[in-house]
Every structure is written in C-alpha cells, then in structure tokens.
Design a protein around this ligand. Sequence first.
Ligand SMILES: [Zn+2]
Length: 254
Amino acid sequence: MPARAIDCHVHLPTPDWLDGSMAGYVEAAEAYFRSPVQRATLAGLAGKYRELGVRAVLLAWDAETATGRPRVPNETVAAACAEYPDVFTGFGSVDPHKGEAAVAEVAAIADLGLRGVKFHPGTSGIGARQPGGQGIRLDYARPIRLDAVAAAYPGLTVIAAHFGWPWHLELIAMALHKTNIYIDISGWSPRRIPPEVIHELRGRLASQFVWGSDYPFISPERCLSELGALGLPGDVLQKVLYANAAQILGLSEP
Ligand SMILES: [Zn+2]
C-alpha cells in the first residue's frame, strides 16, 4: 500500500449537512450500506485523514431546487480547505436548475480556490429501498448523459462518481473513447465492485480511475483495506489511489 492517497469523494460529516440537507436520506443510506454514519467536526475530520496519510477532496452540495434542502455552501468548503491545507482540497457545487446564477457561481467557485464543481444528478445509497426512492430518479444518473459534455469540451475533465451502476459498461465505453473522462469508484465497498469495472481499472483504464470513499457513508479505512485485498499490482494501486487524482487536481506535492 503506498503511503499517500487522495480520497476524491468526501462529504462533510458535520451535523448541519447530515441532519439538515441529508435528513431522512441518511437513515436510508445507513441501512443500504449497513454501517452507521458518524457525525464529526471539521477538525476531527482533518485529524482522521492526517493520521491516515490521505488527502480528502471535500464536496459542497447544492441540489436545492429538486430537494428543497439547504445547500452546503461553497464558502464552507473553501474555509475548511484554507484552515487545513495539508489535508483538504475542495470541490464547489452548483445547482444547474438555477440557470444564469449557477453559471456565475462556477466562476466564484474558481475564485474561492476550489478545484472542481460537483453536480448531484442521481443516486448511490441515497433514497435506496424507500417508497419512490425518496423522489430520486435514476435516469438522471446515467453516465451517457455526460458523454455529450465530454465530447463538446475536450479540455474539461469529467469525473463520473460511483461508476454509474447498472450502466457501468456505458461509462467504461465512454472512458475508453474519451481520455477526459475519469471514473470514481466511491460509494461502493471495493469488494463488491463489479468484475468488469475492476478488470478495466487494472488494465486499459488504470490511468482513468480515481479512488473515493463517499465518507461518511463508507469509511476510508474500510475502502483502503478492501482495495488492498484485491491483489492489484502496486503501480495500478498507486495510480488509482494517488497519481491520477494528483494530476487532475494539479497537486504538486513532492
Ligand atoms: Zn457522494
């Protein structure tokens, strides 16, 4: 196991997000992932990741129009990154339903020093095994919807989170076709990731996979231990855990 890793998919484990924005979703996700979600402060989160030797990419959250729930402001994530620059990097989030205001916010996200923009179109364990899926539609989570974007903007790096199961073959085809598409394996216990995905991760697409946990829904410790048990070659593990993400994020750590 390499000493360094970057967890590309970390939500804020703070009560304002879990018990505000995610209220009612958390309980469903806990049942789905079969693990309790721990609340933590930002200082606690920084300490945990520092101890693990892992950099966390913190995610803002804005799906206010569809969910009616309060966002995790981009400023909150930027402030956390400024306070703990040794362990945190951040992605902002905008709700595309906000139209012109959302476009303006993308520029503001860059000015805040955040390294990307997170959109929340679909699913993982959120809404799972609930009547109506708690109102969450799966068709918006189809990877192919990102293909036109990646084709139109070859200079744009697209990271598709949770690899789009059950349309993961669709995403694999897209990543094989377009070098600006990356696959984030977060939101899955690594030992349950479909074999077709692992086959590409250790083969042709080793340079286009990044690791994420989806903390606090799945712990980075569990992911790292299960990834270590998959028997991947050392150079593949190093790319997926660290090098690919470092390149995307422009991190110049020695
Ligand atoms: Zn997530």
